[in-house]
Write a protein that binds this ligand. Structure first.
Ligand code: F1P
Length: 346
């Protein structure tokens, strides 16, 4: 658990230590919409931010792959705010999308990890994630740090706009402080995740399903597995299952549900039932002491409870560990996966 997740919030005063944002806060308050761009894992962090910004700051948000945005002819109006997310700060697609938005009068805010890299230099303002260097190619701690920074941006904006109550604002800040120790707890459960990984390491396909804040986590879980263990994996919103992916489910198909106790809990329980009825093999990431799902799923991975909006910070960890162990057991190089570059500069 990196330092970027500690000490960024002074919970006594409620002050958020986000210097780069303060300067541009007025522009964000008046933005009619926010466009978030990024690639890969950074795009997934952007999806989490969409849920947070819309729920708490009540501002319309669009999340786009920078690699697509740069080539189409998007409507960008003067004063639109674009948040560009990148671990490396060098991703060519994200840089090109920034230049396009800038040329149309948008204000660009960067969320990057590498200090002094190209993307922070191309933006008007920004916040560094300070996650330290990613040793491997696949983003892991960068995702956590991006989500922390974006969460703080969302709630500081909500506070400034008056769209969040003082109680909810404080509740989120206090809960944010508990995240590092909860992550430590999940990490200490690595043996069980290793055990499950061993049973599924030869699977040819995986499905990852989540709802609400856990939907982007499902996408990220699938991407990590693809990137480092070369197993085909799909991430979907669990409610989309009946619109297509359900056809894939048979007794061979591992289905990872991110099914924590939140506002969509009952719905995801019925999605699990649908998969069980088709003999799919269910691995469920659940909130501690979930008796119901533990009777339905073949395997459960328990994680601590937190505020629904902060859950991605916890629920992504077991999925990263699952990918890691499966990759190692399959003899893959987790730090340098084939065909992937740390910075995609072309
Ligand atoms: C984006 C990204 C990573 C992925 C891999 C290739 O990089 O898609 O999410 O893990 O490293 O590049 P970045 O813009 O966040 O540096």
């Amino acid at each position: 658990v990196h330092d970027s997740m500690r000490g960024r919030v002074n919970s006594a005063t409620g002050q958020l230590l986000l210097g780069g944002l303060r300067e541009y806060l007025t522009k964000m308050i008046h933005a009619r919409r926010i466009i978030i761009i990024g690639c890969g894992t950074s795009w997934h962090a952007g999806l989490v931010a969409e849920y947070i910004f819309e729920e708490f700051a009540r501002v319309p948000v669009e999340v786009e792959y920078a690699s697509e945005f740069r080539y189409r002819n998007p409507v960008i109006n003067e004063g639109d705010v674009v948040i560009a997310i990148s671990q490396s700060g060098e991703t060519a697609d994200t840089l090109a999308a920034i230049e396009l938005a800038k040329s149309k009068g948008a204000i660009i805010f960067g969320v990057c990890n590498v200090v002094g890299s190209s993307i922070p230099r191309a933006t008007h303002a920004g916040a560094y994630t300070h996650a330290g260097p990613e040793i491997g190619v696949a983003s892991t701690k960068a995702f956590s740090a991006q989500v922390v920074v974006l969460t703080m941006m969302g709630i500081i904006l909500a506070k400034a706009k008056g769209t969040i109550s003082e109680t909810d604002y404080r509740k989120l800040l206090v809960e944010l402080e508990t995240i590092p120790e909860k992550i430590e707890k999940i990490l200490s459960n690595h043996k069980q995740i290793e055990y499950i990984s061993d049973l599924f390491k030869d699977a040819r396909n995986f499905l990852f399903l989540g709802r609400g804040y856990n939907f982007p986590v499902a996408l990220e879980g699938a991407l990590k597995l693809k990137e480092i263990s070369y197993i085909h994996a799909e991430g979907y919103p669990a409610a989309e299952m009946k619109h297509g992916p359900i056809a894939l489910i048979d007794e061979e198909m591992p289905v990872v549900f991110i099914a924590t106790k939140d506002s969509s809990y009952e719905k995801i329980v019925s999605n699990i039932q649908e998969v069980r009825a088709r003999k799919g093999r269910v691995i469920a990431v659940v909130t501690e002491n979930d008796k119901l799902i533990s009777q339905m799923a073949e395997f459960i991975i328990e994680i601590p409870h937190t505020h629904e909006a902060l859950m991605p910070l916890l629920s992504v960890i077991p999925l990263q560990l699952l990918s890691y162990y499966i990759a190692v057991m399959r003899g893959c190089n987790v730090d340098q996966p084939r065909n992937l570059a740390k910075s995609v500069t072309v």
